[in-house]
Design a protein around this ligand. Sequence first.
Ligand code: RIB
Length: 298
Amino acid sequence: MITVFGSLNADYVFAVEQLARPGETVLGKALSILPGGKGGNQALAARRAGAEVKMVGALGQDGNADVAVAGLRAAGINLDQIARIDAPTGMASIMVDASAENSIVVYPGANQFARATQIDDAELQVGDTLVCQLEVPIVEIEQLLVRAKERGVRTILNLAPAQPVSRTALTSVDILIVNETELSELRRQLGLPETDSLTASLQQVADLIGGSVISTLGAEGVCAWHGEQTYRVAALTVDAVDTVGAGDAFVGAFAAALDTGETFDRALHYGTVAGALTCTQPGAQTAMPDLDRIRSRL
Ligand code: RIB
């Protein structure tokens, strides 16, 4: 069983020829209003990859709330512990250009009111998995990670978007997932010296937190430090039309594979395939592959 504690957004996705530069106005070619939020995206990716999933977070009472959870509801994710708040549902403004590059602004709205107390200790069971990202209040994530770790839950933190996290919380993380920018921000925060070696970089962070570290590398796949060894998995080659949600697909499918008993190495492959396939269609949740599709490309 996976519990995802995180954000739920309505994504306003503008297809543009080129991303707007500072001071520039560009005309959009199309607008889609889609379910999003890193929390919701990772929950859906995990569910599609075969895990039982509970989503915990906060929504407003507006029309965007329905947008944000429509896909999760249809996929059979448990939504019983989502709070309804008197604040606008979280929203993201996303530009995607002709070369599949994107630029995202998130207004957190109701996500700021997600609380760790929405999850009881009794729900944190040995063998279960907790997945968090950083679009809900950090202090709540920190408390939840510490509680979950103490109770024998497998804890996965996706450090996105990059923000400082306390050492206590980091040492409660079993598996930390970062992209290259988040890795350098974290190393700066931890005061670690510069190194040209990605493996050494991951190992240093892993030693400091006492867990495993995975760096996603976009079209280069992933590199990880786990159990005193390095893992590298190349990305699938795909024709990318929209990379929004690819990182979330990796996290969700990786977590689902581990939660359903796959090895760390195999889970990296599940995540990598899911991330690449998500780039082949527009949108985040709308593009996430199911288990059969992932397995067919492993
Ligand atoms: O990772 C992609 C997600 O980031 C989008 O769905 C958007 O809502 C933001 O949270």
